[in-house]
Ligand binder design. Structure first.
Ligand code: ATP
Length: 292
């Protein structure tokens, strides 16, 4: 399978935080969710791969091309929606678009107008008068109007109401169906990814924890709910992220058949993406061997 993005040994340091040898790749034709709790390093990773951060080392290749040597060509082929304002607030949507559109060789004015209409955005409105959600919609309209082959978004659903979040997921499905080669989006609202992601990449404390097919990942783990007496030494060794109460425990396991054999009466539940993320976050981990 072709890779639309390949990142190897990415390093970037701030005074109290560092990305450490971050490596991952995005397969073509997939929606990839980039997950991790607040401060895990999602935005820093996205800004680093897009050439928006200083002092970044490592290899970043989009569509097989080196980012440092082909930045202009690559940026023409990707659509970006970043958290935070990247616009001149005093301009209208139309004025800002006139500045940005000429940078893209494949800009499609017709698509732009239809996205503004779909998102109920008035081109004469000043950017400073847009709500947070409206700004994200505007960013998305700009990003999609130059027919990008890869769409990269940082927390696009945070601050959006459930209706728009659901419209956004439909939009992403449409985009992929029309021949988009990939979507990469960071979020801590993992319920959106339960619905739409093909692949998940998790980051925690600046390290990549895993990159896996979402369905395979969810199939591989189970939440175990049992009583205190069930929690002997052998059972404990098969569990991680164990949370004990006065009466029982909840934990995660990847040793599903062994647990079923040892504890035929306990309840095993399929996890959500959020359960997987929280159980793989350091500090939530009680059995480090599971992640080695
Ligand atoms: P969130 O979900 O809250 O957006 P995140 O996973 O995107 O979090 P980052 O924004 O990448 O996390 O931040 C990772 C760490 O890097 C945080 O501890 C943050 O304080 C730190 N950091 C980010 N930008 C800077 C900066 N410009 N200078 C110093 N530290 C920074």
């Amino acid at each position: 399978m072709d890779r639309v993005l390949e990142v190897k040994n990415l390093n970037k340091s701030y005074s109290r935080f560092a990305l450490k040898d971050v490596s991952f790749s995005l397969p073509e034709g997939c929606i990839t969710g980039f997950i991790g709790i607040n401060g895990a390093g999602k935005t820093t990773t996205l800004r680093s791969i897009l050439g928006l951060a200083e002092g970044v080392t490592g290899s970043i290749r989009f569509f097989g091309m080196d980012m440092k040597r082909n930045e202009k060509q690559i940026k023409n082929r990707i659509g970006v929606v970043l958290d935070g304002d990247c616009f001149y607030e005093d301009l209208s949507l139309e004025e800002m678009k006139k500045i940005l559109a000429p940078a893209y060789s494949s800009w499609c004015e017709q698509d732009y107008r239809s996205y503004l209409e779909r998102f109920s955005l008035n081109p004469k409105e000043k950017i400073k008068n847009l709500s947070k959600g409206m700004k994200i919609k505007y960013s998305l309209a700009l990003a999609l109007s130059h027919k990008p082959e890869l769409l990269i978004m940082d927390e696009p659903t945070s601050g959006l109401d459930p209706l728009f979040r659901s419209q956004l997921l439909d939009l992403l499905r449409d985009y992929m169906e029309k021949g988009g080669k990939g979507v990469f989006f960071s979020t801590h609202i993992t319920s959106d990814l339960d619905k739409i992601a093909d692949v998940l990449i998790m980051i925690d404390q600046g390290h990549i924890v895993f990159q896996e097919d979402k369905d395979e990942l969810l199939d591989r783990y189970r939440i175990v709910k049992g009583s205190k007496e069930d929690l002997n030494k052998e059972v404990r060794s098969l569990l991680f992220h164990i949370q004990e109460t006065a009466f029982g425990f909840t934990a995660m396991t990847s040793h599903i058949s062994q647990i079923q054999k040892l504890l035929p009466n306990v309840l095993l539940e399929r996890p959500t993406v959020e359960d997987i993320m929280l159980s793989h976050t350091k500090g939530g981990m009680k059995n480090a061997a599971e992640f080695s």
